[in-house]
Design a protein around this ligand. Structure first.
Ligand code: CO
Length: 133
């Protein structure tokens, strides 16, 4: 089995502070990590759940994938991040199994991770992120 853990569930939100407040009040969750990812045009807040995270994500500019997603579909579940030991090997295995990669090769993600995205088309409608810590 190549997947070692659910790394995070990413939720696209318009108002990051309001979303953090909601999760804090509803679950007593606290922000474990916060980061602006300039290359992706997003700001993330990670709330720890055991060894996984809820990742609340907002767009920081109009051409951000999160901005486009919210404009088209509204706020909500954006992608699932699966933790793997070797992102390149997992990406190659998925491509060999017929998946359509968005990233042709692993690239830097937030938290110092290495990531690669797989297109929802061909993955039963879910945007998949492979995450190597
Ligand atoms: Co992610």
């Amino acid at each position: 089995m190549m997947l070692t853990e659910i790394d995070h569930v990413a939720i696209a939100v318009s108002d990051l502070e309001a979303a953090i407040d909601y999760y804090q009040q509803a679950f007593g969750a606290t922000v474990a990590h916060r980061e602006m990812v300039e290359s992706d045009g997003v700001e993330e807040a990670l709330l720890k759940v055991a060894d996984s995270y809820i990742q609340l994500t907002r767009a920081t500019r109009d051409d951000s994938p999160i901005a486009k997603y919210i404009a088209k579909r509204g706020e909500g579940l954006h992608h699932v991040g699966y933790r793997v030991d070797d992102c390149a090997a997992a990406l190659a295995a998925m491509v060999a199994a017929g998946a359509t990669p968005i990233d042709q090769a692993p690239r830097p993600g937030s938290r110092g991770t290495t990531v690669a995205f797989i297109h929802p088309k061909g993955s039963f409608g879910t945007l998949i992120e492979l995450v190597q810590e």
